[in-house]
Design a protein around this ligand. Structure first.
Ligand code: NAP
Length: 236
């Protein structure tokens, strides 16, 4: 079994996740670049240097997640850092027209996805000397920030995406309690120019990856059950 830190990032074929993979690989880590489309994953990995390997994984598909965990088990025998980054905006239907099916599609990726992946990779993470899980949440999941008229997060009125990230925040704190030997934290990248928002975000992907990288590399006695952006703690 290798001594190198082994990390896996879901939804890493583009956007913030791709930059997280690059930055973790620059530390000399072995980084598994999760991508639901192997071709897009291979093209994204080809842009990076270091020990980067494509891991096919669709977070909405139990079989795909199980196959990915099996592959990591066979090849590496453990995982040190899991970054649950894959996310979608989901339906852009107006709040009052939103139905349960609209929410389900969004929740399947943003909420159920991290649970599927975390559960499947838990046996591998338990074999790490310093297991860390980063849930890529959003300031849109902060009830405090979305209710503050001075914050950009208050400008969107939507049932799906914001509540999916609020649910993910609670899942993060519950995992942190259930896994006291782990560091489990939620990251808010901040409003970052990616395909997710048609590149309207005002941060670069480098800036958007700061909080995630900080939590992926957090010390074994560092915070757990917290919510952070690149500036520090984020209010729930
Ligand atoms: P992005 O550029 O659209 O990237 C999203 C990634 O998730 C893509 O690689 C996408 O793969 C992948 N993905 C979507 N559904 C998936 C599935 N079922 N299985 C596996 N991968 C899947 O968006 P981003 O801005 O980098 O977002 C990354 C994370 O940051 C998300 O969780 C998002 O909610 C969060 N976030 C972003 C911002 C922002 O301003 N950008 C702010 C706060 C939080 P495909 O290429 O195959 O679609």
């Amino acid at each position: 079994m290798t001594d190198t830190t082994i990390a896996m990032v879901t939804g890493a074929n583009k956007g913030i996740g791709h930059t997280v993979v690059r930055r973790l690989a620059e530390r000399g880590w072995t980084v598994l670049l999760g991508s639901r489309d192997p071709g897009r994953g291979a093209a994204a990995a080809a842009e990076l240097r270091g020990d980067v390997e494509v891991l096919p994984i669709d977070v909405t598909n139990d079989e795909s997640v199980a196959a990915a965990a099996k592959l990591v088990e066979e090849r590496y025998g453990r995982l040190d850092v899991l970054v649950n980054n894959a996310g979608v905006v989901g339906s852009r239907v107006a709040a009052l027209d939103t139905g349960a099916a609209d929410l389900l599609a969004c929740y399947d990726t943003n909420v159920f996805g991290p649970v599927r992946v975390t559960r499947a990779f838990l046996p591998l993470l338990r074999r790490s000397a310093a297991p860390r899980i980063v849930m890529v949440s959003s300031g849109m999941g902060s009830i405090t920030r979305t209710g503050d008229p001075d914050r950009v997060e208050s400008s969107l009125v939507s049932l799906g995406y914001p509540s999916s990230k609020t649910a993910l925040n609670m899942i993060t704190t519950q995992y942190a309690k259930a896994l006291p030997e782990f560091r489990v934290n939620a990251a808010d990248p901040g409003f970052t120019a990616t395909d997710l928002n048609d590149h309207r975000g005002y941060q670069t992907v480098e800036e958007g990856s700061d909080a995630i990288v900080a939590l992926a590399t957090v010390a074994p006695d560092g915070p757990t059950g917290g919510f952070f952006d690149r500036g520090g703690p984020v209010p729930w």
